[in-house]
Design a protein around this ligand. Structure first.
Ligand SMILES: C[S@@+](CC[C@H](N)C(=O)[O-])C[C@H]1O[C@@H](n2cnc3c(N)ncnc32)[C@H](O)[C@@H]1O
Length: 219
């Protein structure tokens, strides 16, 4: 969904972020969050690492499904909002940490049943994504999965054309306001494969521009 590039602007106002994303995506983002949580948690007590938790929308869904969650974000403002949303209710099952995604390389190997990234990989450079995906694979316990929910470049030519035409002026506006932008991921399947992962489930929505993807280690 092309308008999601504006999420960078919303991140500068965390208290309006969730409502803004709901409106910008015409309800598609909350549905994407639900899909990500469903793909990530298959049993109560699953150990889940969340990269770029933002205001904690997916974090809460993961917790409600019974997971034990370690959620990190590099933005203290977004983390404050997540703390306000999640409160003390999940003590013992939730660790919220200020950290960059790349720092997951310091976590113990094979310690998570799922690693989830919702709308955070598209904020990273291609090289950072490569590093983070490799570190995520290292953090996965046997049988674990990586779940990505994000903006992807659509597959069909006409969808790609609409996506570019609508997205470009919004990306420019975002750049002018924040000095940053996001990148619809062009070949997530290829990036996952390069990290040694095989896509096992994929759900596309919003004219092919949003996807929730689960991937497991190649055997
Ligand atoms: C668009 S928000 C998405 C938040 C939440 N996951 C969701 O789906 O609503 C992206 C979040 O990822 C965080 N983020 C982006 N790049 C990051 C990185 N390299 N390390 C840690 N957090 C990052 C941002 O601070 C922001 O809170």
């Amino acid at each position: 969904m092309s308008s999601l590039v504006l999420m960078r602007i919303l991140e500068s106002a965390p208290d309006r972020y969730d409502a803004g994303m709901r409106v910008l995506s015409l309800g598609a983002v909350p549905r994407l969050h639900e899909q990500a949580a469903r793909l990530a948690v298959h049993k109560a007590g699953a150990r889940v690492l969340e990269i770029g938790c933002g205001t904690g929308a997916v974090t809460r869904l993961l917790l409600e499904r019974g997971a034990n969650v370690e959620a990190l974000d590099h933005s203290p403002e977004m983390l404050d909002r997540a703390r306000a949303r999640l409160g003390d209710h999940w003590t013992g099952r939730l660790l919220l940490r200020e950290s960059t995604a790349a720092e997951i390389d310091a976590l113990p190997a094979a310690s998570f049943d799922a690693v989830v990234a919702s709308l955070s990989l598209s904020e990273m450079s291609a090289s950072e994504r490569t590093y983070v995906l490799a570190a995520a694979v290292r953090a996965l316990a046997p049988g674990g999965r990586v779940v990505i929910a994000d903006e992807l470049r659509p597959r069909l030519l006409w969808q790609r054309t609409v996506h570019v035409v609508v997205r470009l002026p919004l990306a420019l506006l975002t750049w002018i306001v924040t000095g940053t932008t996001t990148h619809a991921i062009a070949d997530l399947g290829g990036e996952l494969a390069a990290a040694g992962l095989r896509t096992v489930e994929e759900h596309r929505s919003a004219l092919g521009t949003l996807a929730a993807v689960a991937a497991e280690r190649e055997r």
